[in-house]
Ligand binder design. Sequence first.
Ligand SMILES: NC(=O)c1ccc[n+]([C@@H]2O[C@H](COP(=O)([O-])OP(=O)(O)OC[C@H]3O[C@@H](n4cnc5c(N)ncnc54)[C@H](OP(=O)(O)O)[C@@H]3O)[C@@H](O)[C@H]2O)c1
Length: 266
Amino acid sequence: MTQESAGPREPGSSGPSSDLFGLTGKVALVTGGSRGLGREMVLAFAEAGADVVITSRRLDACRALAREVTERTGRAALAYGCHLGHWDELDGLVEAAYQRFGKVDVLVNNAGMSVPYGRPTDVTEKMWDSVVNLNLKGPFRLTSLIGSRMAERGGGSIINVSSTGSIRPTPGILPYAAAKSGLNALTEGFARAFGPTVRVNCLMAGPFFTDVSKAWDMPAVEETLQQHALRRGGRPEEIVGAALFLASDASSYTTGAMLRADGGIP
Ligand SMILES: NC(=O)c1ccc[n+]([C@@H]2O[C@H](COP(=O)([O-])OP(=O)(O)OC[C@H]3O[C@@H](n4cnc5c(N)ncnc54)[C@H](OP(=O)(O)O)[C@@H]3O)[C@@H](O)[C@H]2O)c1
């Protein structure tokens, strides 16, 4: 299905589309696509038929995944190395994506990180800036650039990967929680800015066992997880269903929404 044919279904049409969650003919750009949740989304989108743009700081890691994508799915994959918290590096990413594929149908603002600290007074300006730049400034700029091109072209889906930390901030993640909370606000604002053709949604992740979990105090985390409805953390591949829903026509009447994939936080 092409982007042009991806609009709402005709009133009166009945039955689910056979390709409701499909991404055939689409191009998906995933920031932080080399590892963790981003890698799972890249592979799932390619399996669903999309060509993909994979970007992170480590070009070699992006290239390795691009090769894997093409070997496993036959889809085209562009690897691009850049720092996603650096405003000036994002024009180059956008140019490379449009030069290679001519369009972007799905943008996932996934790259993100927090920095550990003891007390709030231990947070330096440099730490604050690095967290806010990657989780909030970069997504703002990239969504501005790609969202406006999507709107000109007549369609697209943007997914902001936020965190349950944005609605349940704990003392050890305050800059991160504030940045992700800003990302939640951008989701609704950009949904209005680029509607009615471009949809912008938030995928709010809970605790997933990616590389970030290597730094967790596991006994303490396991205890906290007992308060969650599902009483466990997420496997990275468990992000895929929600991501495919938001990326595809399955969510054609969903925009400005927050979808939690968190095992049921207390
Ligand atoms: N895992 C969780 O428990 C959890 C919970 C809530 C929310 N989230 C959110 O989910 C998203 C993905 O998290 P994850 O657990 O998959 O993280 P991850 O495994 O640490 O992967 C992070 C990805 O972002 C890239 N990245 C990091 N800093 C970057 C920078 N400055 N510029 C460009 N790329 C950068 C990394 O690649 P390079 O190192 O090559 O740059 C990597 O591809 C993040 O936004 C995170 O905040 C995760």
